[in-house]
Design a protein. Sequence first.
Length: 422
Amino acid sequence: MNFTIIADDLTGACDTGVQLVDYNLKPSVVLNLENDNNEISTIVVNTDSRELTPEKAYERVLTFCRSLKRDYNSSFIYKKIDSTMRGNIGAEINALYDYYLPDFIFVVPGHPANGRQIINGYHMLNKTLLHQSEVAADPTNPILESDIKTIVEKQTEKEVAHLFSEDINAGREKLGKKLKEFKRRGIHYITVDSLHEEDLRKIAEFLHIQPYKIICAGSAGLLNYIPETFGLKKEEKKEVKIESKGPKLFVIGSMSKHGRLQLNNLLESEAVEAIEVSITKEFDEDEKNRIIAVTNQAFKNEKDIVLYSSTDIKQSEVFCEMTGRTKEEASLEFSRILGEYALHLVENLGVECLFLTGGETAYQVMKKLGVSRLILLDELEAGVPICSVDSYKKMHVITKAGSFGSQDVMLKALNRFRYATG
């Protein structure tokens, strides 16, 4: 049995693929489809399409499906979507439908263990309606609606059905009749409630026994329960051994409030040197030399390095006015700048331990370093994977979606890098 996971950003690809590590499926996140990836049985691809227009995201996903050369019968196809509904979800599941022609695509963004619940069709993020949460103010992907059925209908321009919690708990026979009726009515997209983790297990088990051709589009939460429906068993976990004498580098690109709380906790440690990066200065020799000088001194003082984006939104606005770029273009440019700095620090200081947060930031850092594949090994905590990379034998990377993780997750990473050897 193998799996094919298609994600729209790098941190999402990693936190979803790592769910399969315990089943000894040896998942890898592939950043370059031009390489020969036939030997990888469980492949996770990052289409890097979250910041694209819907039209370009559709074409990008369709192109990836063609390049993967994996059909529905030879691999379990899973579309990873953002658990807070950001990105081009509608366009991308339309691409999957047009390529694979399934009977149904189930859209299951809920991840109750991480504070993402779907209750009576409404998305609750940490017990707050999605459109009233911090994602409503996301600079590139603001979410202004909490009804997931409505979100999917608007984005796909297709009729969508919804399964409520009482439907999930009504028994397989009644649920099966509902699917039969949806098929009769020509409804192919179905959104689903998930109040508790047990709901995700029931959904996975129900879908497995259906006679229909079904593709799942969900968060990392649902995927966690799918391998067991195929009879796969979790194996005893072996902790990953991390050994490095060099400096550790944290690159923080996420602007989420929760991510900033995590950053503030990290910056209270005397073991780190904090460097705030401003987008208005862009990447030039003077700024690069300043940062390298600060980090060199930090290394001599046996401190690790935290490179983080400014929280001053006005800086982004000034940059947009100066350059004529949109907010989306400014966000992408800043991720590229952070990637450039990370490359120079790795090359100059011999960094072997990286912590990356923010999907586009993580992707740009890996791209600048020439990494084409991340091998998923373990989790620091739920949804925060530890990886090795193909092009740096001793390097370990921890990736984290902006709003994932406990408040002390970055401190945990620092301690794991500094002291834990597995």
